[in-house]
Design a protein around this ligand. Structure first.
Ligand code: CMX
Length: 438
């Protein structure tokens, strides 16, 4: 048994009685109340999900397994010549809750190495896509196609006990995670490099190998480590994580669930915002004849966007009420590695100018930048200029957190998700009953 699976098994045994006690002895404990505003308003703030993989504090930002992002980057083992830690270490941390040793990271790397080879038909499916297809549609479909590989489906049909569901799910998850960088790199090669791609290098770690397959020199391996780690999880209520969890709750396999997660990520209010930021900046750059706008010109551009009814991509958040720490970590990286990049200069200006404008505009509850405002410019700087591809990169990272959640959902026996709906009339009746009681 791998060190990862051994540790995970140990942790699951510790967790099961905790959930059982909560469900059986405290099942009637009230934790929240739900208002009509929340039901109409996309369920914001209703505390109705459970996950131990990460927790999002509105003012502090995300913690993975109790660790802030700074701590995660500081504590996880790093390759000898790297600034950023192994993504494989994060996989271990999210699944087990423990910071891995070097041996444990190597163990995850070995597991991934064994599982990296893509079935031939995945290349064929990618090749068969019509021109001008969005990379996220291709990514989702490539993942979906591999549902036929699911070990969980075979075991389920054979009739394994519910307590064992997590084990074949774990196998499916590792099989998929190990393949995602190759799928993404091939989509990139196919769409933008006439299908030319370096073969995968078994000596390298997940992110190092991704950089190698993309054909981009150092420090793009570190850029990839930073990117995949930062995007891995944001607790379980965000649209992509929730979509993955919801689909998996019907016991759909990992491939079906992660494909759904990718589809959810592909909307402009969520993961697609990283491409929208670059598209928007380029519109401005064109308008400026490639020069750097003055503060007033930049402010005018932001107002023009708002006045035309569009949102400012990369700003605002449904939960966060401060600048996203994922933004700040990427900003620090940019200030160190690409301070003179002209697009970074735009992003830097926006960092200072947009929040007061959004405050004056008076709608957004959070005027501060989020993760997507900064990620694209780093990709652009290292030569990945096809911004439609950026959300695919987000998807590789997010799959790490969502698969960890799905494995744990099954280990703890969480049921099919099925919230209750009400009609408009029912809400009106409740509203009248409440107001006449005042
Ligand atoms: N620009 C302009 N208006 C904004 C805004 C922005 N960046 N952020 C929020 N608003 C508006 C909303 O559209 C909403 O307007 P209406 O009342 O007319 O519908 C109002 O402010 C209130 O919204 P909110 O409660 O502050 O934010 P929501 O929880 O509804 O939405 C989010 C959150 C992220 C969708 C929103 O801030 C947004 O659209 N941001 C731009 C897109 C973006 O960057 N998305 C990526 C988020 C991170 C991620 O998931 O990857």
């Amino acid at each position: 048994m791998s060190l990862l699976k051994e540790k995970l098994t140990e942790k699951i045994e510790i967790w099961r009685p905790r959930i059982k006690t909560l469900a059986t002895q405290y099942g009637e404990t009230v934790i929240d109340q739900v208002t009509i505003g929340q039901v109409i308003g996309g369920m914001r703030g209703i505390r109705s999900l459970i996950t131990d993989i990460s927790y999002l504090d509105p003012n502090e930002g995300i913690r993975y397994r109790g660790y802030t992002l700074e701590e995660v980057f500081q504590k996880l083992p790093k390759p000898a010549d790297a600034e950023m830690p192994y993504v494989e270490g994060l996989v271990f941390l999210l699944l087990t809750g423990d910071i891995p040793t070097e041996d444990e990271v190597n163990d995850v790397m070995d597991e991934f190495r064994k599982r990296r080879i893509l079935p031939r038909y995945v290349y064929e499916v990618i090749d068969a896509f019509p021109e001008n297809s969005h990379p996220m549609a291709i990514f989702s479909t490539a993942i979906l196609t591999m549902s036929r590989e699911s070990f969980f489906n075979v075991k389920y049909q054979a009739g394994i006990p519910k307590t064992d569901y997590w084990e074949p799910t774990f196998e499916d998850a590792l099989n998929l995670l190990a393949k995602l960088p190759s799928i993404a790199a091939y989509i990139y090669a196919k769409l933008y490099r006439n299908g030319k791609m370096a073969p995968c290098n078994p000596e390298l770690d997940m992110a190092g190998n991704f950089a190698h397959m993309m054909g981009i020199n150092k420090p793009y391996d570190d850029v990839s480590r930073l990117h995949f780690i930062l995007h891995a999880d944001h607790e379980s209520g965000n649209v992509s994580a929730h979509a993955g969890h919801l689909v998996a709750s019907s016991l759909s396999d990992i491939y079906l669930s992660i494909s759904a997660m990718i589809n959810a990520l592909a909307g402009p209010l969520h993961g697609l915002a990283n491409q929208e930021v670059l598209k928007w900046l380029h519109a401005l750059r064109e308008k400026m004849g490639c020069g750097i706008p003055t503060d007033d010109e930049m402010r005018q551009f932001v107002w023009d966007t708002l006045n035309s009814g569009l949102v400012i991509p990369g700003f605002g958040h449904a939960v966060l009420r401060k600048t996203d720490p994922r933004y700040m970590l990427q900003r620090e990286f940019s200030l160190k590695h690409l301070p003179d990049n002209p697009i970074f200069k735009y992003v830097d200006k926006l960092y200072h100018l947009v929040p007061p404008i959004l405050e004056e505009h008076g709608k957004a509850k959070n005027p501060w930048p989020n993760v997507d405002a900064q990620s694209g410019v780093i990709q652009w700087h290292y030569g990945v200029k096809e911004y439609e591809f950026y959300t695919v990169l987000f998807g590789i990272g997010r799959a790490i957190g969502v698969t960890a959640n799905i494995i744990w959902d099954r280990a703890l026996g969480y049921p099919l998700e099925r919230p209750k709906s009400l009609t408009t009339q029912m809400l009106e009746d409740l509203a009248h009953k409440y107001s006449s009681a005042l």
